[in-house]
Design a protein. Sequence first.
Length: 708
Amino acid sequence: MHPPEGATDHGGGLLDALLANLVRDTGASVGAVFLLPPGERALRPVVASGLSRQVLAPWNRVPVDAEIPVTDAVRRRRLVWLTGQEEMARRYPRVGFVLPYDFMLAAAPITGDTTVWGGIVLLWPVWHPPQLSAAEQEAITACCRRAAELLQQAADSGRPLEIPHEPRLLPALHPHTADPARAMAALGFAERLPVGCCALDLDGRLTFINSAGAELIGSSAASLLGKRPWEVLPWLYHPVFEDRYREAMFSRQPTAFTAERPPDSRLSFQLYPDDSGISIHITPTAKEPTATDDVGAAALSTAGPVGATALYHLTYLATALAEAFGVQDVVETAADQIVPGFGPKAMALQILEEGRLQLTSHRGYSPELVARFGGTPLHSGTPAARVVTTGVASFFATFADLKRAYPQAHEDDMASWAFLPLTVSGSPVGSLILAYDEPHPFPPAERALLMSLAGLIAQAVDRARLYDAKHALAHALQTGLLPHALPRLSGLEVAARYQPADHGVDIGGDFYDLIRCTPTTAVAAIGDVQGHNTTAAALMGQVRTAVHGHAAVGTSPHEVLARTNRLLTDLDPGLFASCLIAHLDLTNHRALLATAGHPPALLRHPDGRTDIVHLPPGLLLGIDPDAGYSTTEAPLPPGAVLVLYTDGLVEWPGCDIDDAISALARHLEAAEPESLEALADGILRQAERSAPRHDDIALLLIRAADGP
């Protein structure tokens, strides 16, 4: 299969072909590939089939810890299978809010031996059997495996696959033939029908309407083609029509509704979907209003001219912002949702800091225009500053309207604007600027929707500022409890890393240390106290102090653990700790090691061969005051690297810890000879690619030199 037009030729086109083939082989109605960009904590859609970009908009950026099927599959490295609307609402309520339709879904991770690349999502109509067939499961597994291989090859070649700003949309897998004679015959057939018929593409835009249909809805074909009917016909401009379109697209089942065309014509719309769009049958009806009509009337009276997609996006954004953490996470989540979900062509989000509006995120603006938003003082008199000082939103349907209110305004290739204040309890937080590339009237219901949007963002930013402050404090306390610098020892090269968990403001209990004993001996220690709070951090400080004090006077590793264990049980904090001690003898080129329930050390020999240093298991510290520990000798020849780490490096949901440790050993074995600092950075990068991290990581690398 040839790559689709516009796809990159170094992996993107092949990835598109993989998805197209998978959709064809499994009979899925919808498919999408999400990838995890290097260094980011959110999945992004790269290519999709069977749905529109607007419907896909809520998932333009999905944090890996979000509770939705594809992130669950990625985190747990397993297939997720959902059999319908009820199960979706129960297990993944965020998705259930936005897509309250009946369909079946599978999500599968794209993973290599040690790398998580992303995930694949497939949807089927509910007439699919309640379980995936063996052939379907094999097709999904093979596609994910091949996708991982392509992504790995692209990364190894130095040309990793680019993540597009917007996902590519594949054409229908079964396009209709374009034979001119058949097309004219079909057109003639449609024109002779006494009832109306029209067609929508996957994006909801009208591609055809016959004369009877145009007459029934009271508008010409020319004014409708290429537009979404509910956006250009005022009497259809309410959520019912759009919601039925969305339902047909996701369920792939026929659906219908009745609408009233002023002054008194009632029309029945019957929708018939497939993988290329929707055919609609339009007939006049004299039947009395049904429950469905009553729902439509209520939606129209309360929501006014606001589309269902916008309402669903607002709901989704509210749940997404509730799960966002820091300010940057909040503003990026909002920016990724606003432009595709709510209709503007561009947006800018500014946060108030020390009397100035600082640009924190934007979409759709050129770098030259973005420069105008930087550091705007509140007294500047600009529209963005004015709405912050007054707390009152401003809407300008045309540039002429903006120019009348602000004569100094400059054109920015946009046609209309909304300036919204971000306010919490009467206190200004910032401003949100939305720009549209066509004149936009901003009817009252839409203004209310946009004000609700601004209110959600303001509350999330205010909450995120508190999170950032607490996180900074927690990080400072954690850093203060760890060694500010490790001692320089002749004959040893050392590199240490501490990486806090991805989210959460609590303090971790991981620690490491290096203690000088004599000119030719030293002790390395690493440990992990149970819990992530101030109690765990305080206990970590006590454990580290005890280990340091006992090791500094030459106590053997097993006795250091025994004495620290007795101290911990005497304190009775209700928490346990793991610890590994390594006594380094540079004269005899050996290490004496003892463990208290800690993951095993790794030893990379000078020739690159890497061993897992298995030790007699010792009980965690703080359980039994009489627990005993054993010391084991291991070689430490010149050039060898001893790797000590905490379980955050090798433990995550869905992965066996022994497999993860073996994978880490293989990574060390394959690593090119380099400085310990570069090796430590490479280990952490590999950990980030392996799986989302929800625990702290401490890492200590020690390389023996030729002599003390």
